[in-house]
Design a protein around this ligand. Sequence first.
Ligand SMILES: Cc1cc2nc3c(=O)[nH]c(=O)nc-3n(C[C@H](O)[C@H](O)[C@H](O)COP(=O)(O)OP(=O)(O)OC[C@H]3O[C@@H](n4cnc5c(N)ncnc54)[C@H](O)[C@@H]3O)c2cc1C
Length: 456
Amino acid sequence: MIYMRGQRADYDHWASLGNRGWGWDDVLPVFKRSEDYQHGADEFHGTGGELRVEERRVNWEILDAWREAAAECGIPKIDEFNRGDNFGNAYFQMNQRSGRRWSATRAFLRPVLHRPNLTVMTNTEIASITFEQSDGTLRATGVRMAEEGGQTPFPGEMGSDPIISARREVVLAAGSIGSPSILQRSGIGPGDALIAAGVPVRRELPGVGENLHDHLQIRTVYGVSNTVTLNRRARTLFGKVAMALEYFLYHTGPMTMPPSQLGAFAKSDPERQTPNMEWHVQPLSLDKFGDPLHRYDAITPSVCNLKPTSRGSIRIRSPHAADAPVIALNYLSTDSDCDVAVSGLRKTREIMAASALARFAPQELKPGPEIDTEDALLDAARNLGTTIFHPVGTCKMGSDSGAVVDDRLRVHGIDALRVVDASVMPEITSGNTNAPTVMIAEKGAEFILESRRGER
Ligand SMILES: Cc1cc2nc3c(=O)[nH]c(=O)nc-3n(C[C@H](O)[C@H](O)[C@H](O)COP(=O)(O)OP(=O)(O)OC[C@H]3O[C@@H](n4cnc5c(N)ncnc54)[C@H](O)[C@@H]3O)c2cc1C
């Protein structure tokens, strides 16, 4: 739900790797084209696009104070993040319309569901890609549905044929875990991994499933007094009913919010060219995702390294779609990532100790004030760290030996096959990854139409 484009330097870096048309000046108009910005069009924002972008509809005294505290610590208050340089602190902009989540399905898919050239099949898992080979050319011809793990819907319409044929091209958009898994099951990937999984190698492409990276969020927890957090509002039946009424009557309040509403971006050391740490500040706390909120008032200022250098991989275990792949993130496996994690924890402490927050008497609960050496803080980062759900990079765009797709998102060495999702990012953007993925999809759509017209 957080709408965050990343930084100019992210895209200029992609372009500097040889990816034509992916620099900030190229992608900004694409972001604007799909946007419907609450405050109207300007140099950085667009209106009339499918993706609604609005401001938050809930306020928390403690988050307002956190903004002041961050400003005291050198992270200034700014109006918004989506202008190419994120440095500062602000409330996140959201993909919402009138307080309701404005998902990619709602924005892009539902309005065109009636089109005769579109069939949506849910609960349908794709196992692999089908190919034809002639004169040394490998061409994607369709996809094969999984027999296990996914059911074939609409048997009357689809018959019993598990193959869906493509007249022009196959476009994979199964995400950073799904797309490399489908490629590997189809025999496209690192030869050793395919052989180990029992899949015959059709085309050796060593980068498929490699270069996996993500933002690891380190979730500190601070108890607070003299204010109200979501922990308290959600604790009683009366509180829950009040939140529901507020939502249904006014489209405001906590039920309109994602857990994170306030963000901040800063550098872990001044030598860095761009901000490389992001805070997501939540007016709530819990032990882990899925657990109930704590019974006391507390907040979670979580911090993540936006430019991790640790890399992992996705590797299938077998040719069967029902067997989940091995997902190895290898978080905090480089010295520089460890340094940034410790810096993030120290900076969080500095902000929480700023005078703007003093009236709420913050008490550090996680990791706890007694944890103070470099080693202990790093251990804490490992214990408190968890994904923020931004895996990217496993079918990376480029022209080096690890690249999987070219800068028009075509899989190297194979005709009529593209990947259009977050997996094509050569390096993760400095922020949340949904808006960049929508931008990638916009560009992918352009490429598909251009190919159809025979332009490139
Ligand atoms: C809980 C959560 C919260 C998030 N919040 C935010 C946020 O607030 N802001 C933000 O910017 N980003 C957020 N993200 C990240 C964002 O959702 C992703 O960056 C984005 O969805 C990536 O898009 P994608 O198309 O690459 O992959 P996905 O959105 O994962 O889409 C891939 C699709 O392919 C399907 N699929 C996979 N394998 C197969 C197969 N074999 N056969 C058929 N279908 C298959 C999957 O079911 C899925 O529907 C969040 C992610 C999560 C999980």
